[in-house]
Ligand binder design. Sequence first.
Ligand SMILES: Cc1cc2nc3c(=O)[nH]c(=O)nc-3n(C[C@H](O)[C@H](O)[C@H](O)COP(=O)(O)OP(=O)(O)OC[C@H]3O[C@@H](n4cnc5c(N)ncnc54)[C@H](O)[C@@H]3O)c2cc1C
Length: 314
Amino acid sequence: MDLLRLALAARVRLVPERATRVDVHTREIVTESGERVPADVAVLDVGGESAAREHAGNAVLAKPALSLARLGAWLDGDSGQARTLVLVGGGAAGTEIALNVSARFPREALRVTLVEPADRLLPEFSASLGRRALQLLRERGVDVRLGAQAETAHARGVTLRGGEDLHADAVVWATGTGPHPLPRASGLPLTHRGLVRVGRDLRVEGSEWLLASGDCAAVAGHEHLARSGVHAVKQGPALLANADLLVRAVERGDDLARVRLAPWRPYPVAPYLVSTGASEALCALGPVGLRGRAFLALKHRADGRWLRRYDPNM
Ligand SMILES: Cc1cc2nc3c(=O)[nH]c(=O)nc-3n(C[C@H](O)[C@H](O)[C@H](O)COP(=O)(O)OP(=O)(O)OC[C@H]3O[C@@H](n4cnc5c(N)ncnc54)[C@H](O)[C@@H]3O)c2cc1C
């Protein structure tokens, strides 16, 4: 999405920098160049980072998602000879990437290995979906290593626990979503998983002027929800409404601690659709696993409609 175009249209000042922390005492956002952006009301939506990234070396990280652009550029580059790719993590992200690259490239052009410590793929979903993903990947010649734990990624590939080295021209580190460092650096209240604690109204505990949502936040009463775009997107309207209430209260000079905000409610079950790179998608609905062409059409229609709201050229 063209963030600059969206910001200009909304008359928003875009600061193209990483924020390093929130100064809760002075109510400022501090950026990596040292700029301090004052805020009467602020929203934290920095997402998560790849878990165990300290072992990832120079691997392409699945989180933040923008890092995956490096994988796209590498795949698009034509080396003229067979290449090897190792994917670390057989959860939703790693499996979906493996399914899509193996559908796009024949095995002679790209040898793909997928490493997962559990005894099946997609361990967070129903066993039938894991079996289907495994069947498709093996049919396409992907080397799926179940029960194998990657220790570190390095310049020549990946070292597994036990010492085996897997050679790779490129490595993708898709080990799940870990916490973003910004809430901790800001001294915000955290869960044991390092997520910033927010109330059901998405307000950060103890900071009446600060909201947080998406992968970086744990909502009271819903701490165990998966880090998922479905939940992050559903938080958007509540976030907008509550930020608006706070801004209006600032304009009136009201005490923000006394402003009542609307609660956010998650979907009872959040569907998760994994594209296989071919004609079908796998659909996880809580403990239920389904698959078929209709789910792929649904995935493209839902994602496309959402993206076109922000960029008509999508
Ligand atoms: C390969 C893959 C496939 C996925 N597929 C699905 C799916 O099919 N369905 C689904 O529901 N979910 C899916 N997810 C999960 C989904 O992408 C996330 O749950 C969702 O994007 C979380 O939204 P968010 O706004 O919290 O964070 P993000 O979308 O990660 O956005 C965070 C933003 O903050 C920016 N940022 C980070 N740090 C800073 C900083 N210090 N200063 C300023 N800006 C910063 C980042 O650049 C990014 O733009 C997938 C994830 C991956 C990796």
